[in-house]
Design a binder for this molecule. Structure first.
Ligand code: F6R
Length: 608
């Protein structure tokens, strides 16, 4: 949601904080700010707008100099984006940055007002925390953090400095992610590892309610009760380059091109003797045989990967699968039993609703499996079993490579489960797995093959006010993702629809020239989909059809054809995804939008 950073070391603190925040702007970018110890006093610089607005402001008004401080980039939850609502926020002696949400901030604010603490400047929940810390501060930072945390409800990660504890940064977390990175003679806090990878690859994961004290270039950990803690130092297995744009104009385009490698890295270690083998992730053949029902629970793009998973698992393994939006699942009192498997899919592993769904599933005794990209994230740690997707850091807000690797894991699970249940024989399982293994090359070819046509067709989309994405079967599952991708970065209203359902109401939306993007990769359903395409074309729609290179689709149905390689139709989603991503990307570029940071969105949704 927001990004927080902190630094204690020998470098210029402002430079480090700004550099680290640059890597966290994907988490929020409607205001930015820092607080630095300058000559023993806390100097604050903050502004509404992007980080570049903050650096411009510091250039004209002067930037704080020092060696310890905290910083923030914001995605507004409480109070509009404004200078005054920007972090850091201060009490009399305490200044903080905060990622997350304080659910009971109104009651706490009232409590403070009742206790003659009514010095509130902003509309934020964060300022209430700063004032509460201040209220409890009696010269002992740990005690004051403990008392404050005791009062807070919600999810949060905090970077805290006390005016009478110069050159020291405190950090604590509850739900929202936070790492502490250790360099040579310098130490950092950050919401995510890429923020500081330029300085060091070594980091600690701060656990629930652990406090980190950063001082003299080193860190000490303690519990809320002040008990010293030993923690395991982890090393990131990717470097700065893999978190940079590498010559691409946008992270999104870079990440689209990284998909072949991401899929290869994800599936290769899970294939043995030509067959899927997920035992390393804790998934046994016996357990795969035994599940009564499978729930796939996720949000947004990750949920769309689950939709594809449902089709494939049901078809191959003959097990019933329900896909749920996490924010619905957590409140709909689902019929979960100990014989069910709940698969939580999440790129970040920190999405609040997905995490709550996981907790609910565990409470009800179901087995839980996380499909997660970020190592050591909350969902990965809390699930019974975890399959990591190895996409590497995904920086663009619009998910591409993470979706692709989530698909690849859905296939691995479906193949292994179908084989374990005796629904397919070894040879069929081997053949399917071999096709999955060939996907990186097919995806790579597809990217190069469709790039130009997608770029061209996007010029026909930019003036549209609204469009439809349609498909049947797996293509329908895919159209949901195509539609989401397009709307979130192009800002064109788009809906996905089951092609056969159009005539039950939605077809009345079709007007002259309205773009309809049809996915028609499922041969068994091709004729039916083509009739639906003809129906919208006959009513004036401009039709763009994504189909395989052999599909017989004439100009009577398609104004534009995007041909992709023909492979096993069950695996077509991994290929058809590519033109959908590129159409969205180029439409956004052609409209002059901020592709990697679309308005109102944040990469990691750690609030409900
Ligand atoms: C859209 C997108 C989002 C995420 C969703 C879940 O491009 O990225 O819809 O898929 O917010 O996020 P994770 O996967 O981190 O749980």
């Amino acid at each position: 949601m927001c990004g927080i950073v902190g630094y204690v070391g020998y470098r210029d603190c402002t430079d480090v904080l700004v550099s680290a925040l640059t890597k966290l702007e994907y988490r929020g970018y409607d205001s930015a700010g820092i607080a630095v110890f300058e000559n023993g006093k806390i100097a604050v610089a903050k502004t509404q707008g992007r980080l570049s607005d903050l650096t411009n402001k510091m250039e004209t008004e002067g930037k704080p100099h020092g060696h310890a401080g905290i910083g923030h980039t914001r995605w507004a939850t409480h109070g509009e984006p404004s200078d005054i609502n920007s972090h850091p926020h201060s009490g009399r002696r305490v200044t903080i940055v905060h990622n997350g949400i304080i659910e009971n901030y109104k009651q706490l604010k009232q409590f403070l007002i009742d206790n003659e603490r009514d010095e509130f400047l902003s509309d934020t929940d964060t300022e209430v925390v700063a004032q509460l810390l201040d209220f409890y501060y009696d010269g002992n930072p740990i005690r004051c953090i403990r008392k404050t945390l005791h009062e807070l409800r919600g999810s949060f990660a905090l970077g805290i400095i006390f005016s009478d504890r110069p050159e020291t940064v405190y950090a604590v977390r509850c739900e929202s992610p936070l790492i502490v990175a250790q360099g040579q003679g310098e130490v950092f806090i950050a919401s995510d590892v890429p923020a500081v990878i330029k300085y060091t690859k070594d980091y600690y994961l701060l656990e629930q309610e652990e406090i980190a004290v950063l001082k003299n270039g080193a860190v000490q950990f303690c519990s809320l009760h002040g008990r010293m803690l030993e923690k395991e130092l982890l090393t990131a297995d990717w470097d700065e380059d893999s978190a940079e744009k590498g010559g691409y104009p946008h992270y999104m385009l870079k990440e689209i091109h990284e998909q072949p490698t991401a899929v290869k890295t994800t599936i290769t270690p899970r294939i043995e003797d030509g067959l899927p083998n997920l035992s390393e992730c804790g998934i046994t053949v016996d357990s795969l045989r035994s599940f009564r029902h499978i729930f796939i629970v996720a949000c947004g793009t990750a949920m769309h990967a689950g939709m594809v998973g449902k089709y494939v698992m049901e078809k191959l393994a003959r097990v019933s699968v329900t896909v749920d939006i996490a924010s619905e699942f957590r409140y709909r009192d689902p019929l979960l039993t100990e014989n069910d498997l709940v698969i939580i899919i999440s790129q970040s592993g920190e999405t609040a609703d997905s995490k709550a769904a996981l907790n609910l599933a565990k409470k009800r005794g179901a087995k839980t499996l996380a499909v997660v990209n970020v190592k050591g994230s909350s969902i990965a740690r809390e699930a019974d079993m975890v399959v990591y997707t190895h996409a590497g850091p995904e920086i663009a807000v619009a998910s591409t490579k993470a979706y692709m690797v989530q698909l690849s894991v859905m296939y691995l699970i479906a193949f292994e489960m179908a084989f374990a249940k005796g629904k397919i024989d070894k040879e069929t399982c081997r053949a399917l797995t071999a096709e999955l293994v060939s996907m990186p090359q097919v995806i790579d070819d597809t990217i190069h093959h469709v790039l130009d046509i997608c770029q061209y067709i996007s010029t026909r989309l930019i003036s549209a006010e609204s469009l439809l994405y349609i498909g049947r079967g797996l293509d329908y599952a895919l159209s949901m993702e195509g539609s989401l991708k397009l709307k979130e970065i192009s800002y064109i209203h788009s809906e996905s629809y089951a092609a056969g359902e159009l005539k039950h109401g939605t077809i009345s939306l079709i007007t002259d020239g309205m773009p309809v993007i049809a996915i028609a990769t499922q041969n068994t359903l091709l004729e039916k989909t083509v009739s639906n395409i003809r129906e919208v074309k006959a009513r004036g729609a401009m039709t763009i059809v994504i189909c395989d290179e052999k599909a017989e689709i004439g100009v009577d149905a398609a104004d534009y054809l995007i041909r992709i390689p023909k492979i096993n139709e069950m695996l077509m989603p991994m290929v058809a995804t590519v033109p959908m991503q590129l159409l969205a990307y180029y439409t956004s570029v052609n409209k002059g939008n901020d592709v990697d940071k679309p308005r109102n969105l944040a990469k990691s949704v750690t609030v409900e």
